[in-house]
Design a binder for this molecule. Sequence first.
Ligand code: ADP
Ligand code: MG
Length: 271
Amino acid sequence: MSLVEVEAAVKTFAPRQRGGDPVGALREVSLQIEEGETLAVIGESGSGKSTLGRAVLRLLDLDAGAVRFDGVDLGGLDTRQLRARRADMQIVFQEPYESLNPRLAVGAIVAEPLEIHQPKLGTTATRKLVHETLDRVGLPADAARRLPGELSGGQQQRVGIARAIINRPRFMVLDEPTSSLDLSVRAQVLALLAELQEDYNIAYLFVSHDMHTVEWVSDRIAVMYLGEIVETAPTRELFDTPGHAYTRTLLSARLSADPREKHAYLEFGQR
Ligand code: ADP
Ligand code: MG
């Protein structure tokens, strides 16, 4: 049994405009994620990656199919049971600022999941854990008193990561977690995510449209095209012997990418 099992997940959205066609965001998508591994989902914009990430956490309902976490069918849980499960399953979004409450101090934002999942912890222990977690993600102690808007983009994403790891989840969806960051910062945040995975044995579903990023972070890659996974393979194998024409297109696009970008990732890979 894998930690995460998605079986023939289907999600169709009504057209955004009158007279438009329904959008098959997920067309019978199946995948498994093992304890402690990183499965990257790569595909161009609109291929259904974010829908998949949200569906896996049951942040949206499926039209058909199932998601099992640790053997438990999430579709069979009520709201309270699902909330309890969320301590083990977290998400980090692409736009850190939009995912943080701009009126709450960073310390309160990071404490929130503790207050939900460990309400009996008490003020002193909560504060201690918040400070340890901020330190763990590389934020200065005084960040706790700051508002998200006072931080840089990279620091904001570290807050999002701190909030996600504070309950020691076993699984995290990372939805383009570094796409909005500057290149130098991007490599640092990817290194942090790799360290956290190592330390806490967290499984990642790493959503990205960037081959450079997934090459360094993933154990396996699932290639998504128009709501379908067209190919899944171990990372090296996918790069060496891509099986699907669409995968080859993605790989050739990567060769013509900005050389500075390539350099930033080579540095990261050599750490
Ligand atoms: P990706 O993350 O790969 O860019 P998404 O999962 O966000 O793709 O979207 C997949 C498709 O579903 C797109 O065509 C998008 O426009 C559509 N879609 C996503 N969310 C909604 C929604 N809430 N309502 C209608 N269409 C949506
Ligand atoms: Mg997306």
